[in-house]
Design a protein around this ligand. Structure first.
Ligand SMILES: Nc1nc2c(ncn2[C@@H]2O[C@H](COP(=O)(O)OP(=O)(O)OP(=O)(O)O)[C@@H](O)[C@H]2O)c(=O)[nH]1
Ligand SMILES: [Mg+2]
Length: 333
């Protein structure tokens, strides 16, 4: 990379961290560019941003749940509340199915709700079909950029199996948006809903007893999931449409952040970082490539000894080692 290019990149990073909205789109375009030179530049930008925001940067909240549960509507309601307190919000809508246009719909819904172009809100949607490099990686890169430039980042994703775990790795607090009548306790358990979310919001409380029944089932099960911490996810009844229960939802989000504390937050973001490096290397080199270099045990050791490094920089550096091992060079920096 030429020194002129390096300066331009450093400048882009500074502008993002100075909350300059006009810097967000060029940064997102850079990380979308799959040409090798652009990929190196994107990794450098992302590494610089990540190093500055491993503990700081935006509060990151994920919303997941079944199609139609009301994630976008709830997200819109939360955006309004953050805006009313003068906090800026970046939204990343992750849509793993290539057919739908949920992101576009989300944008329309948000514009309707928050008036025309509010410069304090930024929305980006990612669809699987546009992401040759993998949706999880694209989501991580987008979140890193938006988290540098806004006060709050909200990530919406449809809860289908794996993607829930992936979104949990991207955010500080994961909210599961439940649909009234969506099932009983046993079904929730099977779906892993008692394990991953930090907060459960049963939406459409305006539907009455059915929503209450679902909330009761979930409350009964809330402490039953296997977790790494003592945290029991609070279950709150909300109506995104009518705006009820939102004070309680925000209080639950707040107490989850408090329960993490600075150490817990750092640990969580590190775990996310580690997951991002694994996903990226596995996608690029497969288990075979990793094995030729030293395998998962070596990867875990390298992750552990580079605790304060950016995951993007680490993935880049380890990628080069793996490539050299695959070429038979065997060099091991
Ligand atoms: N009665 C009622 N309907 C709601 C509420 N929130 C959302 N809806 C409706 O539920 C439908 C789905 O809402 P969305 O916000 O698009 O749901 P989503 O989970 O984002 O859906 P996908 O992105 O398609 O998975 C819409 O028709 C909403 O108007 C609510 O609190 N009460
Ligand atoms: Mg939606």
């Amino acid at each position: 990379m030429s020194s002129r290019r390096a300066r331009a990149l450093a400048d882009l990073g500074e502008r993002l961290l100075a909350r300059e909205r006009a810097a967000v789109a060029p940064a997102l375009n850079l990380v979308d560019d799959r040409r090798p030179e652009a990929r190196k530049e994107a990794a450098a930008l992302l590494a610089a941003l990540e190093e500055k925001t491993l503990l700081g940067g935006a509060r990151r909240i994920g919303l997941t749940g079944a199609p139609g549960a009301g994630k976008s509507t709830l997200l819109g309601a939360l955006v309004q509340r953050f805006r009313s307190r003068d906090q800026t919000v970046g939204v990343i809508a992750v849509d793993p199915s290539s057919q739908r246009t949920g992101g576009a719909l989300l944008g329309d819904r948000m514009r309707v709700r928050s008036g025309s172009a509010d410069p304090g809100v930024f929305i980006r949607s990612l669809a699987a079909r546009d992401q040759l490099g993998g949706l999880a990686e694209a989501a991580r890169a987008s979140v890193t950029i938006v988290a540098a430039a806004f006060d709050v980042v909200l990530v919406e994703t449809v809860g289908v199996g794996q993607s829930e775990g992936e979104v949990a790795d991207l955010v500080d607090t994961l909210v599961y948006v439940a649909q009234p009548g969506a099932g009983d306790l046993l079904q929730f358990m099977k779906a892993g809903i008692l394990e991953l979310p930090d907060v459960v919001a049963v939406n459409k409380a305006d539907l009455g007893p059915m929503a209450e029944r679902t909330a009761n089932e979930l409350m009964a099960g809330a402490g039953m999931g296997e977790r790494t911490t003592e945290w029991v996810p609070p279950v709150v009844l909300v109506s995104a449409q009518e705006g009820t229960g939102l004070d309680e939802l925000e209080a639950a989000l707040e107490s989850h952040l408090e329960s993490l504390g600075p150490n817990g937050l750092q640990e969580r973001r590190r775990r996310g970082r580690d997951a991002g490096v694994r996903v990226s290397l596995e996608r690029r080199y497969g288990s075979h490539g990793l094995a030729a270099w030293g395998g998962h045990a070596k990867l875990e050791a390298r992750l552990a000894e580079a605790q304060d490094h950016s995951g993007f920089a680490l993935a880049e550096a380890l990628g080069q080692e793996i490539e050299s091992a695959l070429r038979g060079g065997g060099s091991d920096l």
